[in-house]
Design a protein. Structure first.
Length: 414
């Protein structure tokens, strides 16, 4: 009888614990709470000691002032009394008048001493308050300086500079733990974006190569004059399909690249960009009977000239292709308005419902009357435009035009 095989062993437990190791004495860790407690407690203690010292000195001075003799005896025989501090004491007073003058003088000197103590205490308190606020402002800036570093690094990362790190030094407190966690997150993000860029580059090569080979083979077979008519018709159909696939691949790759912020920026005039786009669309517009008009005023922005030209080109191509069959027009204007560079492309065309506007910017989404299988494009034009505009820190909006067509408005910070 064959021996039964032993049961499968359980996989070994991982020896690496992703959690941060706890220190042997966690209550001795110099946390932000302990540091702030010691800092502000020490500040209050020092301020209290200074205030008590000042009040003690002022009170001692007031007591010394109040202990000055109120009167002096001039003669024991006749008991003549005179006083420089109490003008009410003068020779010839009766005992009751003398006692009343003494009481009045003591009350007056006590009131003067208290008023002087109060005024000097207020001045001392004002000076201590100014010193306390200045010292507290300096200490708060020192405590919050790591947060400023984290914020500056986060802003740099928002500009697609994923190579930046905080690398916060100092005590092992909550802020350092936050900075280290943020650095680890940036490291993973950088690896992910690098892998994405590598994938986009590899996909660009792998997808373009077979399509280019197919196009070349089809063009070679179509150039044969002895080819049958059916084969030529099939070749033309396959060539058109291949061309459409190439456009789709180019659009997808451009959409993937334009999702990131533009790191290297140069001055680009939107007027020149619009003129270049008009020149490229001019032949197609003439073939469809569409008139292109408009005034292009200088509007310089910081960005990538090729991608900005792609914005104008895609908008113009859509405006020409989605137009009326007769007496159609496209208006292209550039200008600087309210501190922003503005590119406006408006056109005649079919009536566009307002609720369909948002769908136009989604990939492969069009109006209900047009499908992505039509000859007007692959359905990525406005998606690419929106992605490139966002990468430049701009904004794009679309509004239905009265009578049909759209008004596309693109704004960029100057």
């Amino acid at each position: 009888m064959a021996a039964t095989p032993p049961p499968p062993q359980a996989p070994p437990k991982p020896t690496w614990d992703p959690r941060r190791a706890e220190p042997p004495f966690p209550w001795l860790r110099p946390t932000i709470r302990i540091r702030l407690t010691l800092l502000y407690g020490g500040m209050f203690l020092i301020a209290g000691i200074l205030l008590l010292s000042i009040i003690y000195l002022l009170a001692a001075q007031a007591i010394n002032t109040g202990n000055e003799p109120l009167f002096k005896i001039v003669s024991f025989r006749e008991l003549q009394v005179s006083s420089d501090n109490c003008p009410g004491i003068k020779p010839g007073l009766t005992i009751s008048e003398f006692n009343e003058a003494i009481s009045t003088c003591i009350d007056s000197q006590r009131r003067v001493a208290l008023d002087d103590l109060l005024s000097r205490s207020l001045l001392a308190l004002l000076g201590l308050a100014i010193i306390a606020f200045a010292f507290g402002y300096a200490m708060a800036g020192r405590v919050l300086s790591p947060l400023g570093r984290i914020t500056r690094t986060a802003r740099a990362v928002a500009g697609s500079d994923l190579s930046r790190r905080i690398e916060l030094d100092g005590p092992d407190d909550e802020l350092k733990e936050l900075a280290d966690t943020f650095d680890e997150m940036l490291e993973r993000l950088q690896r992910a974006f690098t892998a994405q860029q590598r994938f986009v580059g590899n996909a660009s090569h792998e997808l373009r190569t077979p399509l280019a080979i197919n196009r070349t083979l089809l063009e070679v077979h179509l150039s044969d004059p002895n080819a049958p008519v059916e084969l030529q018709q099939l070749g033309k159909t396959l060539l058109a399909t291949n061309e459409r696939s190439e456009q789709l691949v180019e659009g997808l790759l451009l959409l993937a690249r334009s999702d990131n912020q533009i790191v290297e920026r140069k001055p680009v005039d939107l007027a020149e960009v619009a003129e270049q786009a008009v020149d490229q669309v001019h032949a197609e517009a003439e073939a469809k009977g569409v008139v292109i008009r408009g005034e292009q005023k200088p509007a310089v922005v910081q960005g990538n000239g090729v991608l900005l030209e792609r914005i104008a080109l895609n908008l113009l191509q859509n405006a020409v292709r989605y137009n009326v069959p007769e007496e159609g027009w496209v208006e292209v204007t550039t200008d600087v308005q309210h501190g922003q560079a503005v590119l406006v492309v408006s056109n005649t065309g079919p009536v566009v419902p307002a609720y369909e506007i948002d769908n136009l910017f989604e990939p492969f989404r069009r109006l209900r009357t047009d499908r992505t299988g039509s000859d007007k494009g692959v359905g990525l034009g406005l998606s690419i435009v929106r992605s490139v505009v966002r990468a430049h820190g701009g904004h794009i909006s679309a509004e239905p035009r009265e009578g049909g067509g759209l008004v596309m408005r693109v704004t960029f910070p100057v």
